[in-house]
Design a protein around this ligand. Structure first.
Ligand SMILES: [Zn+2]
Length: 77
């Protein structure tokens, strides 16, 4: 299995939580505790314009990380 080359991308200033998917790609929850969003560095999935409480973003990011096997993407988002 190929592990992700982006296990430790640069940490944004508003990074709240960093998780890792099944191949080690970072899945970040960023924003503030009251207005956060998540994004997967492995496959590019996530929400960058929808505000959620960090509890919601944490749960969704964790669910995604548990199933995502993408190591890297070149999608322009
Ligand atoms: Zn993913």
């Amino acid at each position: 299995m190929k592990l992700s080359p982006i296990t430790a991308p640069a940490e944004p200033d508003d990074l709240l939580i960093r998780m890792h998917n099944q191949v080690g790609a970072a899945v970040d929850v960023t924003g503030t505790p009251g207005s956060s969003y998540w994004a997967c560095h492995g496959c590019g999935h996530g929400y960058s314009s929808i505000d959620h409480h960090v509890d919601t973003s944490r749960a969704r990011a964790n669910d995604h990380a548990a199933g995502c096997r993408a190591a890297y993407h070149r999608l322009d988002r």
